[in-house]
Design a protein around this ligand. Sequence first.
Ligand code: SF4
Length: 109
Amino acid sequence: MAIPEYRAGVPDDWFVDPVNLGVPGVRQPAAEGEDDTQLSWQTDALCAQTDPEAFFPEKGGSTRDAKRICTSCDVKSQCLEYALANDERFGIWGGLSERERRKLRKRAV
Ligand code: SF4
């Protein structure tokens, strides 16, 4: 398996536009007959209210601040599930780094 090149910076598609999701902390109920979107948990994402750079540190940079924020996040498990299901390779998701998510995936096999 090829190892992807290191990607510096916050990806453009990291989070969907919060305006489309509603006010952080106030989950928008799905419209009648409409399923909740796969990303609706992001309305409660604590990191969306902080500096996204902390979640995508430069190579060798500290992940401590991002992980500390994740410990208080109400959607930590949904975030981690999403990252694992979508094979997110970069950044901190659900309180885990890329390496930690890889280890978790290997243990689950
Ligand atoms: S667990 Fe961390 S990365 Fe995931 S939504 Fe919460 S603060 Fe953001």
